[in-house]
Write a protein that binds this ligand. Structure first.
Ligand SMILES: Cc1ncc(COP(=O)(O)O)c(C=O)c1O
Length: 419
């Protein structure tokens, strides 16, 4: 990490860890303290964050939220303007900011899917998609994919595959069957009985270590689902919005999905925002009665104000993102051939990449080493042996080179330690 001259860790950070330990979670205090070596996060600018002891770190993590980095100026300006007029909605009067944001999002996907429901977290979008599919079909069952991650609220959790988060909570809300990602016949087997409301998949599974699903398998799944009156829902909360190069991975591949879910960077990395973007047919229950599914802060003006600025900024940076992805290819290949004893493989696409280490212990030790050396990355919730790299679109070739140097050193340290 780089240290700004004349700065020191304020005593306040010890207090922060104590408060986290007492009121949030002892484990959070521990992992945060490891990652920051006793310092806390204080501010962010672009792809860098500054810590309470004055050091800065390159942020290639943030669980895929900061595609535009921290405090993108255009997003900040749009949110500030809304803050100065009407930051919250009466929810009795019509809100033009939410209306324009919905139109902009539908237009962003070239009107392939005209209807929009806004939530705040990704799980909100997953929940409403599944609920609408059940209401629109009158069926209860949902097909999800092994290795998939769709959130941790009870409904979304039913679709998430990892037993780590589902233990003791199964059978609560949604009737879900998980199918293997590489089985082209899997969806047909499940839907032909006429009981399945929806098939939900991530075209690129983020928390599963950036696993890219086969487009041919997905195409077959979509066709089989459509033939049996089952909706298909592409969860692109992590992989969409140019993270993997395309606005929507599924739509760009020509998959005839009924819905795309987006979140994370949709609020420009400044405010929380997620959305279900879907067909008239899937949305029919809400078209008939908008109160079938609503939430106090759904379509919140501050969040919706960020959307047009965020999408414009994402599109302006998209071509640059393609060049960054190529640069990343080159440095990851070099690292894999240099550290073959610890790196078992490379995964992912675009700016969603995974480095597979030989064991979860090695991956864990590399993540901690990286944070201490000034590179923040995200571990994979469903695949602990893989370290995820999520460079922002606003990073530069020099940032990628700096990240490669830090990775090289950190992996070398892990190797010397015999991790
Ligand atoms: C593909 C995918 N879907 C859904 C979610 C849940 O989003 P949130 O944590 O915002 O509820 C995530 C979060 O990582 C995700 O990656």
């Amino acid at each position: 990490m780089t240290t700004a001259p004349g700065t020191a860790a304020p005593a306040a950070s010890a207090d922060t860890f104590d408060l986290i330990r007492r009121h949030l979670s002892p484990r959070l205090a521990l992992t945060g303290s490891f990652a920051g070596r006793g310092a806390t996060e204080v501010s962010g600018d672009g792809c860098r964050v500054t810590l309470s002891d004055g050091r800065t770190a390159l942020d290639f993590g943030s669980y895929a939220v900061t595609l535009l980095g921290h405090r993108h100026p255009d997003v900040l300006a749009a949110v500030r303007e809304q803050l100065g007029t009407l930051p919250t909605s009466t929810r009795s009067l019509a809100n033009p900011v939410a209306a324009h944001a919905a139109a902009r999002l539908a237009e962003y996907f070239q009107q392939a899917l005209p209807k929009v429901y806004f939530g705040l977290n990704g799980a909100d979008a997953v929940e409403v998609a599944v609920k609408l599919a059940r209401m629109a079909t009158g069926r209860t069952r949902v097909v999800a994919v092994e290795g998939g991650f769709h959130g941790k609220s009870l409904g979304a959790l039913a679709l998430t595959h990892s037993p780590l988060y589902r233990r003791g909570l199964l059978g609560t809300a949604v009737d879900v069957v998980h199918v293997p990602a590489d089985d082209p016949d899997a969806v047909l087997r499940e839907v032909r009985g006429g009981e399945v409301a929806a098939v939900v998949f991530e075209p690129v599974q983020g928390e599963n270590g950036a696993a890219v699903l086969s487009v041919d398998v997905l195409r077959r799944w979509c066709a089989d689902a459509a033939r049996h009156g089952t909706f298909t829902i592409a969860d692109e909360i992590q992989c969409g919005l140019r993270r993997c190069g395309e606005r929507s991975v599924a739509l760009a591949a020509g998959l005839p999905v009924d819905a795309v879910l987006v979140g994370k960077p949709l609020g420009g990395g400044v405010v929380p925002l997620s959305a279900l973007v879907c067909s008239e047919e899937l949305y029919a229950p809400l078209s008939a009665d908008p109160f079938l599914h609503s939430a106090t802060f759904g379509g919140h003006p501050l969040s919706c104000a960020a959307l047009p600025a965020a999408l414009t900024a994402i599109e302006e940076a998209a071509e640059h993102g393609g060049r960054l992805a190529l640069a990343l290819d080159a440095v990851l290949d070099q690292l894999a051939s240099k550290h073959g004893e610890l790196i078992a493989g490379l995964r992912g696409t675009g700016l969603l990449r995974g480095i597979d280490f030989t064991s979860p212990a090695v991956a864990g030790s590399v993540v901690i080493e990286l944070a201490g050396a000034g590179l923040l990355v995200s571990p994979c919730l469903g695949r602990p042996g893989t370290v995820r790299l999520l460079p922002p679109l606003v990073s530069t070739g020099a940032d990628i080179a700096e990240a490669a140097d830090i990775l090289d050193t950190a992996i070398g340290v892990a190797a010397r330690r015999g991790a």
